[in-house]
Design a protein around this ligand. Structure first.
Ligand code: BG6
Length: 466
């Protein structure tokens, strides 16, 4: 239980704050994960906390518990904040101090950068100079932590510059470079599923696994995020972070403990061993007409990659990644394809592979596809699926990724923070892929991607599991 916490949101009137952060803070209050919370937000807009929260309420999943929502409304303050104004930051710090004093809060602070990564260094400098956050020893009873949304930088060099800037002002234990995929419930369960079920771990290697497919398919376009997206594209928006972190959790060696730095060390180690083999990019038709997208832009909205993990466990096992906007369906899913069994004894040659499918969205579930004999006297085989829907069974208590994330930061759980060496490896890989200037093909909205992607799969002798 954490008492007396101040959450400071820099960029409090933006989409991330309205759609994810305020509903997540509400959840922490409603589920009594936090008592006595003060929220102080700032952004460039001339608005009020009441207006922001009124807009945000629609994004709370399920029926709202009014007492918890009222408590959020009563304890949220907003002040206009120009990120380049030292005076504005000082005023925000004064507001936070005044309200903390009234409530007798000790000064435990979580400062959240809810904005584009280009501002991270500036926001850290301004926050430190204004006293919104200060360098603290890990042993002190008061904690202050700063949260940076992904992507951390736009390439390896910018990530280094940003990290150096932040590390001058804060201790590493105060820095949370977060990736909300790591706190999606089933993702945070991946290591547990692998290492606590003896039917999986002995098979989790190149003797038994044929290939791994990681798919992050979206139906939405870039919507109102053209300005940001056009500078980043699919490789930097989701592959560099979400998809490579999923790959790391699938491929890492067993950590000594399933928490904190033990997991980060393992993720970091395996990310160093990931290499690029082949890939192609795509852009949906009409992308260049989206708001704030440069005319004639060559930014990719689709990527298909063939990667390898170069260590004894994974030699010879392809890791295929596919992501795109404006595709035919919304799903995030990992398929582990097992090798075919020797079919000399059966009449079904070649026998079907077994699959373990871990579905992260829209629902969180897993499925194991096995072979069984068709009822009757025939020797015909049919695939049989064992399915467990995690999010259906725990519908009421399932926290959103951002609620779990804020909860983890408040409780000092560092596995949700991506260590800088993980970020470095991911940028090295993405920078190398971008330097190859992969071919860019167009695709129709609502399709499965460019038609050349089918040739890509054929060329490498695999089929995407649908
Ligand atoms: C974000 C990306 O990090 O993740 C978006 O910037 C993407 O482009 C989103 O749509 C996907 O996350 P989720 O939780 O909605 O699946």
């Amino acid at each position: 239980m954490n008492k007396g916490i101040t959450v400071i949101i820099l960029g409090a009137s933006g989409d991330l704050s309205k759609k994810k952060l305020f509903p997540a803070l509400y959840t922490l209050l409603a589920q009594e994960r936090v008592h006595d919370m003060l929220v102080v937000g700032g952004a460039i807009e001339d608005t009020t906390s009441a207006a922001i929260l009124a807009d945000s309420k629609q994004y709370v999943a399920g029926p709202v518990q009014e007492p918890a929502w009222d408590s959020l409304v009563k304890n949220t303050y907003y002040q206009r904040l120009d990120f380049s104004s030292a005076a504005d930051f000082k005023a925000l710090a004064r507001l936070a101090e005044k309200e903390e004093k009234k409530r007798g809060f000790p000064g435990n602070r979580l400062v959240y950068c809810a904005c584009a990564p280009t501002f991270f260094c500036q926001l850290t400098e301004q926050s430190a100079a204004a006293g919104l956050i200060r360098k603290l020893d890990e042993k002190e009873t008061v904690w202050q932590r700063m949260v940076y949304e992904k992507p951390f930088g736009h390439d390896l060099a910018s990530a280094h510059t940003m990290n150096t800037c932040i590390q001058k002002l804060l201790d590493e234990h105060q820095v949370y470079r977060i990736d909300h995929f790591l706190t999606k419930d089933l993702v945070s369960n991946l290591a547990l599923i692998r290492f606590s079920n003896c039917i999986f771990e002995p098979l989790w290697n190149n003797r038994y696994i044929d290939n791994v497919q990681i798919i992050l398919s979206e139906q939405d376009s870039v919507e109102r995020r053209g300005l940001y997206y056009d500078k980043y594209g699919a490789l930097r928006d989701v592959v560099q972070n979400h998809m490579l972190e999923l790959l790391a959790l699938i491929a890492m060696e067993a950590p000594e403990k399933l928490e904190g730095d033990f997991i980060r060390v393992r993720r970091a180690r395996v990310l160093e061993q990931v290499h690029f083999v082949d890939g192609l990019l795509g852009q949906y038709e009409g992308y260049c007409n989206e708001g704030s997208v440069a005319p004639g832009s060559t930014t990719e909205t689709f990527a298909e990659l063939y990667l390898t993990v170069d260590n004894p466990r994974w030699t010879g096992v392809p890791f295929y990644l596919k992501t795109g906007k404006c595709l035919n369906k919304r799903e995030t899913v990992i398929h582990i394809k097992f090798k075919q069994v020797d079919c000399l004894l059966t009449k079904n040659c070649p026998s079907e592979s077994n699959y373990l499918t871990i579905r992260i969205s829209p629902e969180e579930s897993f499925m194991l596809t096995l072979n069984a004999r068709k009822p009757g006297h025939s020797m015909e085989w049919i695939p049989m699926t064992l399915e467990y829907c995690h999010s259906c069974d725990y519908k009421q208590s399932m926290p959103t990724a951002h609620a779990a994330l804020l909860d983890a930061v408040i409780h000092g759980e560092q596995s949700v923070s991506v260590r800088f060496d993980e970020i470095e490896s991911c940028w090295k890989l993405i920078d190398a892929i971008r330097a190859k200037q992969l071919p860019l093909y167009t695709y129709a909205k609502g399709s499965t991607g460019p038609k050349e992607a089918q040739q890509f799969a054929r060329k490498h002798g695999f089929r995407w599991r649908s």
